[in-house]
Design a protein around this ligand. Structure first.
Ligand code: UT7
Length: 326
């Protein structure tokens, strides 16, 4: 049976040039390279310049993804940006990216699911493309998380970084089997009762300020491994593939110990795990497309590979997983 799938046809990434090492942080926060590496695996993070809004990062990643897909801005009819660090309260970053790219009038909006934002946005875009409402979609995860840091809180400020990653999604004909390229299965989850574990303490309708990120890290850690594993199995079941068939596991990059814990729990070989947490830290919604671009650029991930993406984070909590064939 012929089916229309939304297929990733191009991937791009952008990291701001400024690199901040753990030693750099230890000059003004009571921390050490040793502690950060041992507890998280993080060695460095990128930080956007003061005059670099998240839309600039998103636009650079989008340009690279379009070039990889052999498309131009003129082809784009849908832009979804997953972000929790918008330039302004409104308009959506997606419309600013549309203007900066010079893309024509089309559909453009943001998705707010924090660290799970990219998986949520991919699922939304899949709906538009697979049902024929868009032909060429840009799905972007972009964050300037360092703007939300309380630099006196060592429990959070050492964990996050800035960056953007993007994919182009286009419609492709499939046979309706797991050999098809494209999105094969999703599992999205949210639990609004866990807000106090991870949130930002400001907003336009409460404090009128942007606020700072607050996290009960060890409690989020405990939820992460258990919840993600359930979503991974649910996405694989929807896709109709055993988790053991996956070629590459591209998790949200929050903590090396979480990546390993989830892989172990799901029986995923550690050689299949793409990890960029050491060099990017936690870039929230940007972390999955950044890691995807990294492993495509270094030659590991190739067209036709079966990929498993998963994320977990604030915004509820929210979490989710996706199985796709590149
Ligand atoms: O993407 C969003 C999802 N977020 C996550 O997935 C994050 C999940 N959580 C984590 O990754 C870990 O819980 C952390 C890395 C945040 C913390 O690691 P932990 O092993 O859970 O440490 P902890 O919070 O239990 O703290 C242990 C100790 C404490 O000291 P005492 O009370 O034992 O004396 C902290 O004060 O480590 C101390 N500590 C630090 N020490 C040096 C906390 N942060 C630091 C630091 N440098 N940066």
């Amino acid at each position: 049976m012929s089916v229309v799938r939304s297929v990733v046809t191009g991937v791009g990434a952008y990291l701001p040039p400024k690199v901040v090492t753990n030693d750099d942080l230890s000059k003004f926060v009571d921390t050490s390279d040793e502690w950060i590496v041992e507890r998280t695996g993080i060695r460095q993070r990128h930080q956007a310049a003061d005059d670099q809004p998240v839309s600039d990062l998103a636009t650079e990643a989008a340009r690279e993804a379009l070039a990889a897909a052999g498309k131009t801005a003129a082809d784009v009819d849908l832009i979804i940006v997953a972000t929790t660090t918008a330039d302004l309260t409104f308009p959506a970053v997606a419309t600013i990216v549309q203007r900066k790219l010079g893309a024509p009038v089309g559909i453009a909006f943001d998705v707010q699911a924090v660290c799970s934002g990219f998986v949520y946005a991919l699922s939304v875009a899949d709906g538009f493309v697979a049902r024929g409402h868009a032909k060429c979609a840009l799905v972007i995860g972009a964050e300037t998380m360092t703007r939300l840091m309380d630099w006196s809180d060592r429990g959070t400020c050492v964990l996050f970084g800035d960056g953007a990653g993007a994919v182009v999604l286009e419609a492709g004909e499939g046979e309706g089997t797991t050999s098809d390229r494209g999105m094969l299965g999703f599992a999205l989850r949210a639990d609004g009762s866990k807000q106090e574990l991870l949130y930002v303490d400001g907003g336009p309708s409460t404090t009128g300020t942007v606020g700072k990120l607050r996290m009960l890290g060890n409690q989020v850690f405990k939820h992460a491994v258990v919840n993600i594993s359930e979503a991974i199995h649910a996405a694989a079941e929807k896709a109709g593939v055993p988790v053991s068939d996956v070629d590459w596991f591209i998790p949200h990059q929050a903590n090396q110990r979480i990546l390993q814990g989830v892989a172990h729990r799901c029986g995923i070989d550690e050689n299949k795990v793409v990890s960029t947490v050491a060099i990017h830290a936690n870039t929230s919604a940007a972390s999955i497309p950044l890691a995807l671009a990294h492993a495509i650029n270094d030659g590991r991930i190739k067209k036709g590979d079966l990929l498993l993406l998963e994320a977990m984070g604030g915004g509820g909590l929210t979490w989710g997983a996706c199985v796709l064939r590149l």
